[in-house]
Design a protein. Structure first.
Length: 385
């Protein structure tokens, strides 16, 4: 079996090249070809010696994930469903805005945390993605979008958020090399603050991330008390709020001048009352004596059939935001993007077996399909064959 070079960060690729008797600068060249130029085969790499290209042909490959479907929302949001084998699929979502292009990517097929309000959580856990499978989402999306949007080779994705399917901090070994490639100047060259890891609160891994790769941290809070959070985010029983907030404070020591983004999914009649907002403000502002440097992002709940939960009315969301803002905490309400294609937060449930049903539902909605590419051709394109 040849090595898939998408699996390696620059250090890993240097070690691979060393095993072929090649110098480090060759690894850098190869890395740039793959991530900056989106090369899929070694024949394209004209500045590499023919002898090296031949060596690579025999020992390595650059293999992305097959694209199962691609849907473009009326607002420009694009969602891809990637096949990760054995009936599992993961999703990535591109969200264009005036001043940035954000890609939301998945870290696991399914998720073991099982939050009450999350369709990925309801689906259960299949497996961790490899570093290469995490990166394949970015690699494919960036180079597809450059061609699709005809940018003349200009970069499209300026921000990456690990907010797709899965709990990134429960897949730490694959997450960190993937983050390193995103940040590497020879890779995607994204700044540390433009790459966000979102977690439901895996405390020991928050500490490790602070030491290994302190990117922007988003913490999914969803409740101001342990009693309520235990019900919504089962992981809270293991790592309760006080420990989680301590970890946030420790994290900020590695990233001074940064802040934690607290995500808060607004659930009608569950966690959206004014007293919840007051309790939240007290919680984060009083923690550890001097409070936590933070912002709040309120996410209107995106319903899915099995949840039995309802989105908070807009007025209640606004009132909640006002209480936090008045307390001096910068609070934004997330615009729901791409909900006509089920690309909004927490609606990502990529079961390939379920695809027919998903496709039918998508087709019933206001979906604008991109030029229809036969699935076989898409698969080939994504694999680079
Ligand atoms: N597992 C990580 C990252 C993936 S979830 C985490 O939980 O943080 C990304 C964000 O979407 C989280 O803040 C999560 O709470 C939120 N989310 C999940 N399901 C949702 C839903 N149905 N509606 C709105 N937001 C949801
Ligand atoms: Fe997993 Fe995050 Fe969904 Fe919770 S919200 S089940 S941690 S993906």
């Amino acid at each position: 079996m040849t090595a898939n070079l998408l699996e390696y960060d620059l250090e890993g690729l240097a070690a691979f090249c060393a095993s072929l008797g090649e110098k480090r600068f060759r690894a850098t060249q190869l890395f740039r070809w793959i991530h900056q130029k989106g090369a899929r085969d070694f024949g394209q790499m004209t500045d590499l010696a023919k002898s090296l290209r031949d060596k690579l042909e025999g020992s390595a490959r650059i293999e992305g994930l097959p694209v199962i479907t691609q849907h473009e929302s009326a607002d420009g949001t694009i969602k891809w469903l990637f096949d990760v084998g054995n009936g599992d699929a993961v999703e990535s979502v591109f969200i264009p805005e005036d001043d940035r292009g954000t890609l939301c990517i998945s870290s696991q097929a399914g998720c073991a945390v099982g939050c009450r309000f999350c369709s990925t959580g309801h689906q259960g856990f299949s497996r961790n993605l490899t570093a290469g499978e995490i990166l394949a989402q970015l690699w494919f999306a960036e180079h597809f979008l450059r061609a699709h949007l005809k940018t003349g080779g200009q970069r499209v994705i300026s921000n990456v958020v690990m907010m797709g399917m899965g709990e990134p901090l429960q897949n730490y070994a694959a997450l960190v090399p993937a983050l390193r490639v995103m940040l590497d100047d020879h890779g995607y060259g994204l700044s540390r603050r433009r790459v966000t890891v979102s977690t439901s609160g895996v405390v020991p891994m928050i500490d490790r991330l602070a030491g290994d790769c302190p990117v922007a941290l988003a913490v999914s809070l969803h409740a101001p008390s342990d009693a309520l959070r235990d019900k919504l985010v089962p992981l809270n029983k293991k790592y309760p709020l006080a420990e989680l907030l301590d970890a946030c404070q420790r994290y900020l020591r590695h990233a001074p001048r940064d802040f934690i983004t607290f995500e808060y999914c607004m659930l009608d009649g569950v966690n959206d009352q004014p007293e919840h907002a007051h309790e939240l403000a007290r919680l984060v502002q009083g923690h550890g004596g001097h409070g936590i440097s933070c912002k709040f992002n309120l996410i209107p709940f995106n319903p899915f059939p099995a949840s039995g939960l309802v989105r908070s009315p807009q007025q209640r969301v606004q009132a909640f935001a006002k209480i936090l803002n008045d307390a001096g905490i910068v609070t934004t309400v997330r615009k729901t993007r791409g909900d006509d294609i089920d690309a909004a937060c927490g609606q990502l449930a990529g079961d390939v077996q379920d695809r027919t049903r998903v496709d039918r539902r998508i087709a019933q909605q206001r979906t604008v399909m991109l030029k229809p590419v036969p699935m076989e051709a898409q698969t080939k394109e994504a694999r680079g064959t």
